[in-house]
Write a protein that binds this ligand. Structure first.
Ligand code: NAD
Length: 333
């Protein structure tokens, strides 16, 4: 039996990291048929939209996609392809592990935390408009259903992954309706999981504590916008964007992608670190039920980075994207 997976290379440096991740997955021997689909600015001329219907149809059929980053214009232009995909497939849970690997230059050791970010609501939904010419309004819409399913997902994830603590991140002291509802629902659901320690934290204070004592945190469950910011902070704690993968999970599909952007400044230079994309592919294999292959990829990454001989520039080395990928493939058990 083989799996069919939608492969979206993205743009900028996206195709380089996705090619690397594809090679590593193929080297594990898990039989995958890749169905390539496109997204991004280049598609506007060809199809009139950055997210063509064929791409949507492919994900809808296969239910699993591995995706590279896509450039989004800032301030003007088309809406984010990522936000659109999350909406179309109701990919409500964005799972972003941040882990220190021995050998990576970072300020900390022994960080192993996961940000579980609500992916469809909140200010990040981009419900905004101009009010006349000199004011603009953005609506922070949070629903009971949205809170319940992401908080339950975080607790179920904690149980499944043998984790010990869930922290609900909020600003309920100020936004008493929206974040207040999120916090109250977290407190209620926490009672159903007595084996998991639960606490909550106001987002600004938590950012300070994350920087001072990141080892105190295990699973963080966040509304969309805080989750976006906090997960990049966590990527910084463990050595940078090049190392952190993510999964977007919904009822009808799952899309796996590195959390970094299209890195246009180094596109085509064979410099980009493919670790985040390779680890995203490992999360994808775990999702498909291929736990052994998924674990072997992470072990290979740990080995290559730990040896410190073949590293990309962001990790302090001089190896190309392709040379690093070759080393990971050679290290697969
Ligand atoms: P970015 O993550 O692309 O780059 C920030 C900096 O980090 C750059 O200097 C880049 O070279 C470096 N960097 C990023 N990933 C790296 C890696 N794997 N290895 C080595 N260095 C790496 O962020 P940005 O510049 O703010 O965004 C560029 C574009 O990507 C924007 O259009 C943005 O909207 C888009 N973006 C897309 C996604 C996505 O598709 N999921 C996510 C974030 C940003």
């Amino acid at each position: 039996m083989s799996y069919t997976v939608t492969l979206i290379p993205g743009d900028g440096s996206g195709p380089e990291v996705i090619a690397a991740a594809k090679r590593v997955v193929e080297a594990t021997g898990v039989p995958i048929v890749w169905e390539q689909a496109e997204a991004g600015a280049a598609m506007i001329e060809a199809c009139g939209t950055p997210l063509p219907e064929e791409t949507i149809a492919s994900i809808r059929k296969n239910k699993v996609a591995l995706k590279g980053p896509v450039t989004t214009p800032v301030g003007t232009g088309f809406r984010s392809v990522n936000v659109e995909m999350r909406k179309r497939f109701d990919l409500y849970a964005n799972v972003r592990p941040a882990k220190t690997y021995p050998g990576v230059i970072s300020r900390y050791e022994n960080i192993d935390l996961v940000v579980v970010r609500e992916n469809t609501e909140d200010l990040y939904a981009g419900i905004e408009h101009m009010v006349g010419e000199d004011a603009a309004e953005s609506i922070k819409l949070i629903t009971r259903k949205g809170c319940e399913r992401i908080i339950r997902y975080a607790f179920e994830f904690a149980v499944r992954e043998g984790r010990k603590k869930v922290t609900a991140v909020h600003k309920a002291n100020i936004m008493k309706c929206t974040d207040g509802m999120f916090l109250n629902i977290a407190r209620e659901i926490a009672k159903e999981y007595p084996q998991i320690e639960f606490n909550d934290s106001i987002v600004d204070a938590m950012c300070m504590r994350l920087v001072m004592h990141p080892e105190d945190y295990d699973v963080l469950v966040c509304p969309n916008l805080y989750g976006d910011i906090v997960s990049d902070l966590c990527a910084g704690l463990v050595g940078g964007l090049g190392l952190t993968p993510s999964a977007n999970i919904g009822v009808d599909g799952a899309i796996f992608e590195p959390i970094h952007g299209s890195a246009p400044d180094i596109a085509g230079q064979h410099k980009i670190n493919p670790t985040a994309a390779i680890l995203s592919a490992s999360m994808m294999l775990a999702h498909l039920g291929e736990a052994k292959a998924a674990a072997s990829i992470e072990k290979a990454i740990i080995k290559v980075i730990g040896e410190g001989k073949i590293l990309t520039q962001d990790m302090g080395g001089s190896a190309s994207t392709e040379a690093f990928t070759d080393a990971v493939i050679a290290a697969l058990a």
